[in-house]
Design a protein around this ligand. Structure first.
Ligand SMILES: [Fe+2]
Ligand SMILES: [Fe+2]
Length: 180
């Protein structure tokens, strides 16, 4: 067997994707932490689900952290920026209450799910351990998306105003992460 047969594939692709995902999960933890802090005041009915989502995101970050360590890779340079951006987004949307929180989750998780599907496709014959790590979080991300999507009306002004902003923000974070 020749392990080096695939000259067109970047050998670091899996490493870089794991690094970006690790920083992204940190961002997600910070979003949900910020929202949870504000939800206690402005949307108490959402505290339980935000706690559940936050626990999932902590597990996701640990999955990628372990994979990074195994590869001897350092965390992404955008890690702290993801955290700060996530916290600001979480606090601001948390202040605005239930609709803004659910809209943010739908927008962020939509980008995340698309991004994970792309990664799984790109890495499927290249990096089986990265594929296993990524595949292990997809179901929970889908749950975050679906549970929140069921709470919003796509015609709602919150949804229409916030979705493009949060989508662009999330895509920009991933784009920057892949280039650092
Ligand atoms: Fe996650
Ligand atoms: Fe999530």
């Amino acid at each position: 067997m020749n392990a080096s047969a695939a000259p067109l594939i970047d050998p670091n692709l899996g490493n870089r994707m794991i690094k970006v995902d690790h920083a992204g999960e940190h961002g997600a933890i910070c979003i949900y932490s910020g929202q949870l802090f504000m939800a206690r005041l402005f949307a108490p009915g959402m505290v339980g689900e935000l706690q559940e989502f936050l626990a999932h995101e902590r597990r996701h970050r640990a999955v990628f952290q372990a994979e990074l360590q195994r590869r001897g890779y350092r965390r992404c340079r955008s890690y702290w920026l993801c955290g700060l951006g996530g916290l600001v987004l979480g606090l601001l949307t948390g202040v605005c209450g239930r609709k803004a929180i659910a809209t943010t989750t739908v927008a962020v998780e939509s980008v995340v799910l698309k991004h994970l599907a792309h990664q799984l496709h790109a890495l499927r014959d290249v990096d089986p351990l990265a594929v296993a790590a990524i595949a292990s979080i997809v179901e929970e991300e889908q749950h975050h998306h679906d549970h929140s999507a069921a709470q919003i009306d796509v015609r709602d002004p919150w949804f229409r105003a916030l979705t493009p902003v949060v989508t662009a923000w999330t895509e920009a974070v991933i784009w920057m992460g892949m280039r650092t």
